[in-house]
Ligand binder design. Structure first.
Ligand code: BGC
Length: 696
């Protein structure tokens, strides 16, 4: 069946059904609230990919160390074991303003119309609700199951079972199933309660891997409430009294919460329907990842929308979510950094285990904060062929990224409590890591950083990556600056004593920061890393994205091809907080544009940001291409989840590119651009104040 996607401000409408596109649409229609999520594949097709997730729930797995657990499917509805072939028409609407997904399906045999409303509650964070209305020419049998699910392993050739079903308990219209995670012994309880109106009756059913209700009738409505609880974790063990469930009241409370949030954010886009729809969609999915009750937030690279990157957390959150969570959603960046605080001890251990001092944050993090980057990845199972993955060992800029985000957070919030509790300590430990990681190079008379991978992952084991060195320098300077500032403050003195900081150490940080090698510069073009300028000049005659086969990575590393924004990103970060000579930004943007494949979805929005900053006429095209990422599935992997960093990068383009926001010293400077009729307005928060900004 033909499908068609229509995007309007705060509305996404998908018509038709095509099994091949369901994975993609399932991500776009995923519902979440930062604590739980329910994947949005069509509920009538019995897809076992309609899994659910709970933030922070991981279990051990070979290769990836730990991965996010796919929880049982709770949204599938089986009508007379309806076959996909009997689907005549499907129309699904994601109403982002209210946080509600509606699904209308017309079935041919028997002649049936099906309508459902689903939501993942924004206030009652553990709850998913679904209200089903069915009308048919014949008596129907409807099955409403909770179905065990498995995590696919190695391209789906085999599966990992992370959960063991422990008990199933029926009490009237409620079923509760408990599961135990295999390694950590956490107990997850999933309960489903139904209320039927107009149906004949309901029965319980239980099989080896599912349990739930069977309802019979012709013209009826079923309200379904599903609760997810981590029994041995007080924070998520919300207790709701199941007795007085009232659909109208609960859904009203949910909608009001969304409406209020949107009003606070005040996002208005005029003059371009696609930009308006796309920006509201990316923003909606970002907002769906924030649990406003949680102390800390672990946002996986693909959100709670799929198992891409196994639910691991990368620099994507600290760097890419920085403008959105720092300036649009108050508290968001603090929660992201709280996750880093919670795992600071693991980072300290990691540094020590690898021969360094201070805190070394893992490139890929999970719930326990230990390095979880796979060491190798199987590329050909028949030949047992694997490629080595060195990002865990070498992509050390992550620690600098966290320091940058932390400094940014303090500048926009002035949150002393955070600094006192953990921020200062984290900055100090990160500076100690860099101080132990840099080496003095006699010839260069500078401090150098060897054997790293910068954001451009095509080049492995390089020395003096401009991006990495810049972030190392920034971290050392920031730590020294804050220690000097807070040393005058009585409230901070005990922390400085506890950290055992001496003035020699602080002076050393200043010395290292000033002496870090900055690399070669040719006519204002900064060399990405040592030796880059001498690499082969590839013929990159393609516009848009280009893919490189992992097996060819070694060859690609011998060329100037760049995977994603690298020097350009470093310059953007610098421009935001310090300022960069516009000609330097322009030359680097033009030069590296020629070589960048944008194979990573983190790239296009950053180039768009730079483009807007230097008034390049093609910036808008880059911005639109970035917006297409998940909507048009341009990377072909949206079924594995939502591209969180792309969404964050789109907000870079809006806030720093279009609205011209800069942080200079203690001031927030704004210089919105005239956008040829495109008006983007949003409320920003700065040090507790609300500022309304808009492009003209
Ligand atoms: C990118 C990284 C990113 C990761 C997760 C990779 O392809 O190169 O920069 O952190 O994806 O999104």
């Amino acid at each position: 069946m033909q499908t068609n996607v229509e995007l309007k401000p705060f509305k996404l409408i998908i018509r038709g059904f095509d099994e091949d596109k369901e994975g993609h649409y399932g991500t776009l229609l995923t519902l979440a609230n930062g604590r739980i999520s329910v994947k949005g594949l069509l509920e009538l097709t019995g897809s076992r990919n309609n899994v659910a997730f709970m933030a922070g729930l991981y279990n051990n797995v070979p290769i990836w160390r730990r991965e996010l657990i796919a929880l049982p499917a709770v949204n599938n509805v089986y009508i007379n074991n309806a076959q996909k072939e009997s689907i005549e028409y499907v129309e699904r609407t994601l109403d982002m303003f209210n946080g509600v997904l509606t699904t209308y399906v017309k079935l041919r045999h028997p002649n049936t119309s099906y309508f459902s409303e689903s939501l993942v509650h924004r206030v009652h964070k553990n709850m998913y609700m679904q209200r089903i209305s069915v009308s048919s020419s014949k008596i129907l049998t409807i099955t409403l199951p909770i179905e065990n699910s498995l995590n696919p392993f190695l391209y789906g050739y085999t599966y990992t079972e992370h959960l063991r079903r422990k008990s199933v308990d029926f009490q009237g219209n409620k079923v509760s199933i408990t599961y135990e995670t295999r390694d950590s012994g956490l107990i997850v309880e999933i309960s489903m309660l139904i209320a039927t109106h107009g149906a004949e009756d309901f029965k319980h059913f239980i099989t080896r891997d599912s349990a739930g209700f069977i309802v019979e009738g012709r013209d009826f409505v079923i309200e379904k409430y599903v609760l997810f609880r981590r029994i041995n974790d007080e924070k998520t063990a919300e207790k709701i009294n199941f007795v007085n469930f009232n659909w109208a009241e609960l859904s009203q409370r949910h909608k009001e919460s969304w409406n209020k949030l949107w009003e606070e954010i005040g996002l208005v886009v005029e003059g371009d329907e696609y930009v308006a729809g796309a920006l509201s969609l990316y923003t909606f999915h970002l907002l769906q990842l924030i649990d406003d009750e949680a102390e800390d937030l672990m946002i996986p690279a693909r959100g709670l929308h799929g198992l891409g990157y196994r639910g691991h957390v990368f620099w994507d959150t600290d760097v890419y979510l920085l403008p959105f969570l720092g300036l649009v959603y108050p508290e968001g960046l603090r929660k992201i950094l709280n996750f880093r605080c919670r795992t600071l001890n693991s980072a300290v251990k990691y540094a020590a285990e690898t021969g360094f001092k201070g805190a070394r944050f893992p490139w890929e993090s999970v719930d326990d904060g230990y390095e979880s980057t796979p060491r190798y990845y199987p590329v050909d199972l028949n030949k047992c062929e694997c490629v080595d993955i060195l990002t865990g060992e070498q992509e050390i800029h992550i620690s600098g990224d966290i320091a940058f985000a932390l400094d940014f957070y303090y500048k926009v919030s002035g949150d002393r409590e955070f600094m006192q509790r953990c921020g200062l300590k984290m900055l100090v430990e990160i500076a100690r890591f860099w101080a132990s990681r840099v080496e003095y190079d006699q010839d260069k008379k500078s401090y150098v950083i060897r054997n790293v991978i910068g954001p451009d992952e095509y080049h492995v084991g390089v020395s003096n990556s401009y991006y990495t060195n810049y972030l190392a320098k920034y971290s050392l300077e920031a730590a020294a600056r804050y220690v000097v500032e807070f040393s005058k403050d009585d409230e901070f003195k005990p922390i400085l004593t506890e950290l055992g900081i001496t003035w020699n150490e602080v002076e050393n940080w200043f010395k290292l920061a000033n002496g870090i090698y900055e690399g070669r510069v040719h006519e204002k073009v900064i060399e990405e890393f040592e030796g880059y300028f001498e690499l082969a000049d590839p013929d990159l005659n393609s516009e848009g994205i280009r893919r490189v086969d992992v097996k060819d990575l070694e060859d690609v590393g011998k060329t100037k091809l760049v995977k994603q924004a690298d020097v350009v990103l470093a310059l953007i970060l610098k421009e935001i907080v310090e300022g960069v000579d516009p000609e330097t930004l322009k030359r680097n943007y033009e030069y590296y544009s020629k070589y960048t494949t944008h194979e990573s979805s983190l790239s296009l929005p950053i180039y768009a940001t730079a483009g807007f900053m230097i008034n390049d006429p093609s910036a808008m095209k880059l911005f639109i291409n970035a917006l297409k990422t998940d909507i048009e599935n341009i990377y072909g992997n949206t079924h594995e989840g939502f591209h969180v960093a792309t969404a964050g990068g789109i907000w870079y383009a809006v806030i720093f590119g279009i609205l011209g926001v800069r942080l200079r010293g203690n001031e927030l400077i704004v210089d919105p651009k005239a956008m040829n009729g495109l008006r983007i307005g949003v409320n920003l928060r700065y040090k507790g104040r609300k500022l309304r900004l808009s492009s003209s």
